[in-house]
Design a protein around this ligand. Sequence first.
Ligand code: GLA
Length: 390
Amino acid sequence: MHDKILPQLDAKFSSLYGRTATIVAYAPGRVEVLGNHTDYNEGCVLSAAIDLGTCFAVAPRDDARVRLTAGDLMQTVEFPVAAPERSPDAMWSNYVKGCIAGLNERFGAPATGFDAMFLGDIPLGSGLSSSAALECSALYALAALRGVELPPLDAAKIGQKAEHEWAGVMCGLLDQATSVFGLKDHLVMSDFRSCECKPVTFPSDVCFLLCNTHAKHALVDGAYNERRECCERAARFFATALDHPVRALRDVTWAEWEEKSGEMDPLVAKRSAHPIGEGERVLAGVELLRSGDIEAFGRLMFESHESSRVYFENSCPELDTVVDAAAKIPGVLGARLSGGGFGGSAVGLVRRRDAETAAAAIASAYAKTHGTPCEVRTLACSDGARVVRK
Ligand code: GLA
């Protein structure tokens, strides 16, 4: 949470820039609970903002320059606020530069720049959307600095565009939308066709375990983009094969997939099974939450992981170890990979009273197989992005 990060950020900010930040915004990372790779297929996702995030601190300057510092590396880049350019040797800066470019496009380039620094507690490469937290915290702080109104959904979309155009990852809107629409003790149900994101209540006697494997497999971004292209090819196939309009895989049912998949390129068929099945699992999951059947909800999480593993092949041995171990531990109701996949984190669903023992059991099962421990902690569903000092 921001109150843990802020004292350290303030100290670093004033020692580097010789003054105090006037505006600070905070944005959380996210965990994806159900609905893997459905967002860019215009489908639905259940997710939550987590209790880890990024603080972005700014103070205005009199000239039109920006000094931007990554508080963990204490690396600074400088550029004119009206014309940020992509920086190949400070990749981290591109997420913020993309956001500045997005704000300039929407509100015009400002006459004056700023000094900025950010710091967060989301472990990098953990699949918890540290980049979305950076984008959203930067956007909230910079909108406040400009004194402009930036609705949450618009902020999310500017962040997503920064990923596409400045980082080369063709992500959906899930990470940024969850970061801005998160609500304490709730899940967020997002429909990425209508872009409606609503809070969903969650039983208080269960909680999530976050299992960070620290595994990061090569070519993650390339594999992500390749999966997305496969889904788009599948949607084009179904648009011609079915007798109703298909704009995205969202429009295809599991029954239609079963009927037509034999006529498709086998790899495209296999990949498309995942987001189609996931879309149906999210809708079923929402109903189960409504009716209070948390055990059946947990089973959907296991099914989701199996679908990732078999059809989308975006799991990895480390994530499979966590999920296999979780399935054998009493009190664990469900587990699956969370986010893009190919490494990063898995999320488990447990009865709150069993959380501690289950976390220890998962960590030790993981250590037995992989030699190194995996980090397991309970997660609190948290509020979304906000300005915390102004
Ligand atoms: C990453 C992307 C999201 C989403 C998930 C998978 O987190 O950034 O847009 O596609 O993977 O569901």
